[in-house]
Design a protein around this ligand. Structure first.
Ligand SMILES: Nc1ncnc2c1ncn2[C@@H]1O[C@H](COP(=O)(O)OP(=O)(O)OP(=O)(O)O)[C@@H](O)[C@H]1O
Ligand SMILES: [Mg+2]
Length: 234
């Protein structure tokens, strides 16, 4: 579904992503685990074309999208949910959702009613301004908005950021259900391995300058938590 081949991405003059490769199979749930500042967000931004790589390739469903602008990459079925959520200010919850709609003929396609079924709290707040929602509700709105585009693959940046443990639990549960019940591929970014373990099966351990220090399964992490202490703050 997604193949990143030896990409190099610069921001300003800094060489942030240095020769990164990774692979997410169709229907897979993969996480990039790494500490602050290693380049996790820049990886997602490279894939969606917001900070395109200077060399290397991004292949989505067999097609080279490396040089495409973000809106064209999005149209290939890639949704990006930034850690900051980027809810449109001055628009209601419902307007935030409607603006992102890209209807699909496919059976089981996402509509606003289906998003409301998944996120009842959004339904009850549909007329409220999106930016006045709580952090967890904004996270749900950001995910719901991504779904309105009927994506094939979702790039999810630290869904737990800034949320209380209880809200994290709620969001994790909903995302789990979402990926169990739908034909969706996930590329998640996290520094909290407990959340990563609940949402993904394969984990790329990213160190400084985006260097991949290992690829492990959830089982391997559970059997050897040392892996995590070596690579992450807990
Ligand atoms: N707009 C920018 N200008 C300059 N440097 C940047 C910019 N955005 C990111 N960087 C640098 O690139 C590196 C990687 O940043 P990135 O946001 O990808 O890290 P991250 O792994 O997502 O970190 P975090 O866990 O804190 O979100 C950092 O050293 C950061 O300072
Ligand atoms: Mg980040």
């Amino acid at each position: 579904m997604l193949r990143v081949e030896d990409i190099n991405t610069y921001i300003g003059g800094s060489h942030i992503i240095q020769g990164l490769s990774l692979y997410v199979e169709k229907g897979g749930a993969v996480c990039i685990l790494g500490r602050n500042g290693v380049g996790k967000t820049t990886t997602l931004r490279s894939i969606i074309g917001l900070t395109p790589p200077q060399s290397g390739k991004i292949i989505i469903e067999g097609e080279d999208t490396t040089r495409l602008p973000p809106h064209k990459i999005a149209r290939k079925g890639v949704a990006y949910v930034p850690a900051e959520r980027h809810i449109f200010p001055e628009l209601s919850v419902e307007e935030n959702l409607i603006l992102a709609a890209r209807p699909s003929e496919k059976r089981g396609a996402w509509t606003i009613d289906r998003v409301y079924e998944y996120f009842p709290v959004l339904s009850s707040r549909r007329k409220q301004e999106g930016t006045t929602l709580s952090g967890g509700e904004q996270q749900m709105l950001a995910i719901g908005r991504a779904l309105m585009g009927n994506p094939k693959i979702m790039l999810l940046d630290e869904p737990s950021q800034g949320l209380s443990p209880l809200l994290v639990k709620t969001v994790v549960k909903i995302v789990q259900k979402l990926f169990e019940e739908h034909d969706l591929t996930l590329l998640l970014v996290e520094q909290n391995f407990r959340i990563a373990l609940q949402l993904a099966k394969k984990h790329y351990l990213m160190g400084t300058k985006s260097k991949i220090q290992g690829v492990v399964t959830s089982e391997e992490i559970l059997e050897n938590e040392e892996i995590i202490h070596k690579h992450l703050t807990v």
